[in-house]
Design a protein around this ligand. Structure first.
Ligand code: GLU
Length: 450
């Protein structure tokens, strides 16, 4: 552990004690606290207001039973959560994750990260996350619908357009949001923007589907151009994952002149030296809900390799990890560096382990943390809330232009904070500080409830 400040060390030790056995949450907290060393020295007022002690504790965490009936008529039980992490700058906002690995630690880490990410967008949204340990992969459409309805029945008691606005994350797309929004509407008798990521037929926003992936490339493009006077043009790119973030990151990277040669899912990865044919990936993933393996059966020359971690052995200029947390460890980071990677931009939340980040830093790889470079999804969600409140809808071009502007702005704010706090070019420190300061000022200004 590398804390110079005694104060930060003691805050972190208390967090460890209170959250024992929650490694993902502790990892996310440690990274942010380490970045705050220069703030602690320059802003004693924030230390005195106890901002950091308050920020490492979620405002509210709801855990609930989700019971539903499967196709055989048998009763099934899952565990659901909503972590309402911080509401200093706006209503709680963040996605829902449905995956068998979901637990309190993962949702607290995601809610914590979301708080800083949402702050970085410059839009008025607080931080939250939720989900359940539900695996939709082996379920029928009817089972997914009944699960989502049961989940939303409980969630409805805690959310609202000005209170908490859930959206998608891993395992939750427009289909699941549709089932949940439908149930919410039945119970509340209100058509309001209480969910985002809705379909275009029921109040969704243009570009929301593409937003995280496109935003990631807009961010990386701005970073490349500002720091290296370079661009995506002619670069070889590896994108992990093949969900919503990965697909649209690949699409935008290709539009910007790069060649995406590899993508993956949790079983393995595909390599296509001619550049991935995204229409085939979309057909497999968005239409058939199948596995990436079948790409190699359909596209001549493409090769499938089992084991998703192996994707990082593919030589590339730009790596875009868009699958899940801790998907690049130290060894894999070293492999990327040995193969000459020059940019790593996180599309998933915390996909690089602390060891991996350290290796990228030490080797002067341009690195952007997810809370900055994947903020495009939640940014467009916030624009969806805005359109829902106005009962209005912007065109694809209008939303896309706003997204591009927001991503460039996030880069410049993080870069500027890194300069101001004596770590020029370190976007991990810059993003953490810029995201923190806005929330901290709001918390200080709102006072403490006795
Ligand atoms: N789950 C996404 C994220 O990690 C999007 C959240 C949202 O749109 O509210 O930021």
């Amino acid at each position: 552990m590398s804390f110079q400040s005694q104060y930060l060390l003691s805050v972190y030790q208390a967090v460890c004690q209170r959250n024992a056995g929650e490694p993902e949450f502790l990892q996310a907290v440690q990274e942010v606290l380490e970045s705050l060393e220069p703030v602690v020295n320059k802003r004693p007022d924030l230390v005195k207001a106890g901002i950091i002690e308050r920020l490492v504790e979620p405002e509210r965490m709801i855990q609930f039973r989700v019971s539903w009936v499967d196709d055989k008529g048998e009763v099934r039980v899952n565990r659901g959560w909503r972590v309402q992490y911080n509401s200093a700058i706006g209503p709680y906002k963040g996605g829902l994750r449905l995956h068998p690995s979901v637990n309190a630690s993962i949702l607290k880490f995601l809610g914590f990260e979301q708080t800083f990410k949402n702050s970085l967008t410059g839009l008025p949204i607080g931080g939250a996350k939720g989900g359940a340990d539900f695996n939709s992969r082996d379920k029928s459409e009817g089972e997914v619908m009944r699960f989502c309805q049961s989940f939303a029945t409980e969630l409805t008691k805690h959310i609202g357009a000005d209170t908490d606005v859930p959206a998608g994350d891993i395992g939750v797309g427009p289909r699941e949001i549709g089932f949940m929004f439908g149930q919410y509407k039945r119970l509340s008798n209100e058509f309001t923007g209480t969910f985002t990521g809705k379909s275009l037929y029921s109040g969704g926003s243009w570009v929301r589907k593409e937003a995280t992936g496109y935003g990631l490339c807009y961010f990386a493009q701005e970073m490349l151009s500002h720091i290296k006077q370079d661009s995506f043009e002619g670069k070889t790119v590896v994108v992990s994952g093949s969900g919503n973030v990965a697909i649209y990151a690949s699409e935008k990277a290709a539009q910007l002149g790069a060649k995406v040669v590899a993508m993956s899912d949790s079983d393995g990865y595909i390599y296509d030296e001619n550049g991935i044919d995204l229409e085939v990936v979309k057909q497999i993933k968005e239409v058939e809900r199948g596995r990436i393996k079948s790409y190699a059966e359909r596209v001549p020359g493409a090769v499938y390799t089992p084991g998703c971690g192996e994707i990082w052995s593919v030589k590339c200029d730009v790596a875009l990890p868009c699958a899940t947390q801790n998907e690049i460890n130290g060894e894999q980071a070293q492999q990327l560096v040995n193969n000459g990677v020059s940019v790593v931009a996180e599309g998933a939340n915390m996909p690089c382990t602390p060891e991996a980040v350290e290796i990228f830093r030490a080797n002067h790889v341009l690195f952007s943390p997810g809370k900055a470079s994947n903020a495009g999804g939640v940014a467009v969600s916030s624009l969806e809330m805005c359109q829902n409140s106005m009962r209005y809808s912007w065109s694809f071009e209008e939303v896309d232009a706003k997204l591009k502007w927001i991503m460039a702005n996030i880069f410049h704010n993080a870069y500027q904070a890194s300069e101001e706090f004596d770590h020029k070019g370190d976007l991990v420190i810059g993003a953490n500080i810029a995201g923190f300061l806005k929330v901290a000022e709001a918390m200080k200004w709102q006072g403490v409830a006795y």
